[in-house]
Design a protein around this ligand. Structure first.
Ligand code: MIG
Length: 651
């Protein structure tokens, strides 16, 4: 018996001398060889395993294509690239976990800060081929189902970041809000139309010439007073911080960074210069612990003004051009290898260095950890600066950063494909710990039409991060800028009515090392459930079936078992028992239909215009269960524990 248990525990095989990425928080038993992979050693390592035709491959977190990754080629090489098409090999994060659902399910995590290529039955090879740098730790996991393996992995990587309650409210953002007047008009637009709103993002224009940790005094003469005034309306301000620090002698952040040697260096050992929004910048060397404390400490300049949330951007890091390339990276001709597809700044990544424990390390070799370490820098210090939980989400990430903050999925576009991609990506992000995540609702690039925004909001209602964000020069995308505002009120109100459930399920998933959003196949093993990638399980009780097609009056829904169909129209929930099987439903633009699994409950509360006014204790239970385990606290305590879970009984 004991032998069996040891045999089935995760095991780690070390190749070369890999650096500790910080992804794992648990010790894993060492082994000499991998059970499922053949290894070819060379300049790089190649791992191969055979797939049977019906095997399903899960994982890879923030990546394109379906929940089942078969048939694709994916590259972990964090990049700033707004073209999220199915043939784009790399996005902003690297989440090197695969879970293979086969006769003996197994998982594999390729833990390295360098580039990893995953070919998953690519060109019908019938194999998974993983190509890694020669220093890598491979963790193999064994279990009786993909879900079991995902939970083992979540246990190894540690508890997900838990933001405050207000971060589960709706957020509005736009690249282009410049000053208090712009933010006032957003607040008035929402409040004046009776639409809920909890937070507004401040994009780069709030800064003085895009210099981190500055505030433009003309645009925000007294940010502390302004933030306090907004907070009284139940609206928090969430400023952006970029990775690059402007070269500006006299600026205290810059001066200290130079004096203490906290910046990445070039071939000659001088601070590396690269152009981003502020013009020429240096990049903080987040691999140095003191650099992390210094940079994180700088957030105090804003937390001292009452700010309780941030988003970290440009931390792949994004580079427009550098002292080496000289011309805009976006304009450089394709090289002979395929790196340009993976990142437009790949040449720069081979031209600067980190100081890791006194060793000079080429950025390219540790590239995928950069954004994660920026998140860690901010998170560790914010935790010291604030007596309460804070909001933090990043663009770039690596597994492990999920303990420090959430992520958004970068520069998507206002088209239906990106809504589909958002739906498919959420369960994969949950497998690698990024529970607090979501996409730019409505799309970042391009002009979002009314129907797309309504359908997208209906889906984002179920993602922990629910933020409408769009790029400068696009059509105004705030909900009140569209005709028929009542439809938007109807959809947005559902988020607030479901808050007791969303908040509880999120926190319970984090506490228990569980996923908040899952593929149907993680709970149901019928053939259809294994293939579905436009329906998801949200928490323990809900199944969603979002409408993701333009012009559709509704959709087909697969019910793997009898469920309660709940239709919400902005005012009432109407419930009906629906038998197992395929069903066609109509869903109006102001409606959301979701399903409650048998013997489960969903607590709902009254609508509110912000979480400060939500009463999480005042709940009614929907569904056929008789009780619900609700996590409930003041919304900001740092002490998030099981003891805050109460059992609520159906009246
Ligand atoms: O080069 O700060 O993904 O959300 O609005 C663009 C401006 C820089 C990219 C982020 C986006 C943000 C934008 N930023």
């Amino acid at each position: 018996m004991t032998k069996q248990a040891i045999f089935d525990a995760p095991q780690q095989v070390i190749f070369g001398t890999p650096m500790d990425t910080g992804a794992l928080v648990q010790q894993v038993q060492q082994a000499d060889s991998l059970r499922h992979w053949q290894v070819e050693q060379g300049n790089k390592l190649t791992f191969r395993c055979d797939l049977s035709p019906a095997d399903i491959v899960y994982g890879l977190g923030e990546q394109v294509r379906s929940i089942n990754k078969r048939g694709g080629r994916y590259v972990s090489y964090n990049t700033d690239n707004p073209h999220h098409t199915d043939d784009m090999p790399s996005l902003y994060g690297s989440h090197n976990l695969l879970i293979v659902d086969c006769a003996t399910p197994f998982g594999a995590f390729f833990d390295t800060p360098g580039k990893v290529i995953f070919e998953v039955d690519w060109q019908n090879s019938g194999q998974i081929v993983v190509t890694c740098p020669k220093d890598v730790s491979v963790v193999e996991l064994f279990g009786d189902s993909p879900y079991d393996i995902a939970k083992q992995f979540l246990h190894l990587i540690g508890r997900s970041f838990i933001p405050p309650l207000w971060a589960f409210g709706f957020g509005q953002s736009r690249w282009g809000y410049k000053n208090q007047r712009d933010l006032d008009s957003v607040a008035e637009g929402y409040r004046g139309n009776g639409m809920p709103l909890d937070w507004i993002c401040m994009d780069i224009d709030y800064m003085d010439r895009y210099i981190d940790f500055t505030v433009n005094a003309k645009r925000f003469p007294d940010l502390a007073a302004y933030a306090a005034k907004m907070k009284q309306k139940g609206i928090r301000l969430v400023p952006i911080i970029d990775a690059g620090v402007k070269i500006e002698p006299g600026n205290p952040t810059y001066d200290e960074g130079i004096a203490k040697g906290y910046f990445c260096t070039n071939k000659e050992g001088k601070p590396f210069k690269a152009a981003v929004w502020p013009g020429m910048t240096h990049f903080p060397d987040f691999f140095q612990p003191q650099c992390r404390s210094w940079f994180g400490n700088e957030y105090r300049k804003l937390t001292d003004l009452g700010i309780e949330g941030f988003w970290n951007d440009m931390n792949e890091p994004a580079i427009f051009y550098s002292e080496y390339t000289g011309v805009l990276n976006a304009l450089t001709p394709p090289p002979s290898d395929d790196s340009a597809k993976e990142s437009n700044a790949y040449k720069d990544y081979r031209n600067f260095y980190h100081n890791i424990n006194g060793q000079r390390v080429l950025h390219d070799d540790v590239h995928n950890l950069y954004g994660a370490l920026m998140t860690r820098a901010a998170s560790e210090q914010l935790d010291k600066q604030l007596d309460r939980r804070f909001l933090l989400f990043s663009r770039s990430s690596y597994v492990g950063a999920h303990r420090y903050g959430g992520i958004w999925t970068g520069d998507n576009a206002s088209d239906w494909d990106h809504l589909v991609r958002n739906v498919r990506m959420m369960p994969s992000l949950n497998m690698v710990g990024f529970l607090y995540s979501g996409a730019d609702t409505g799309g970042f690039g391009g002009n979002c039409g009314r129907e797309l925004l309504l359908r997208w909001l209906a889906f984002s209602t179920f993602t922990p991060l629910m933020r409408n964000h769009t790029a400068v020069l696009t059509r105004r995308q705030e909900c009140y800028r569209y005709a028929g505002t009542q439809d938007f009120c109807d959809i947005l109100s559902l988020r607030y009515r479901l808050l007791p459930y969303i908040y509880s399920e999120f926190v319970k998933a984090a506490l228990h090392g569980d996923m908040y959003i899952k593929p149907l196949a993680f709970e149901y093993d019928d053939e259809r459930s294994k293939q579905v990638d436009d329906q998801l399980l949200v928490g323990e009780s809900i199944m969603i079936a979002p409408v993701v097609e333009k012009g559709a009056s509704g959709r087909f829904v697969w019910l793997p078992e009898e469920m309660t169909e709940v239709r919400y129209n902005g005012k009432n929930f109407s419930c009906e028992q629906i038998p197992k099987g395929l069903r066609r439903i109509d869903v109006k633009l102001n409606e959301v239909v979701f399903y409650i699994r048998p013997n489960k409950c969903v607590p709902v509360t009254k609508a509110a215009i912000c979480t400060d006014l939500s009463d999480l204790a005042d709940v009614t239970l929907l569904g056929t269960g008789s009780q619900y385990r609700q996590y409930i606290d003041d919304g900001f305590t740092k002490d998030v524990t099981e003891s805050n879970i109460v059992i609520v009984y159906k009246k």
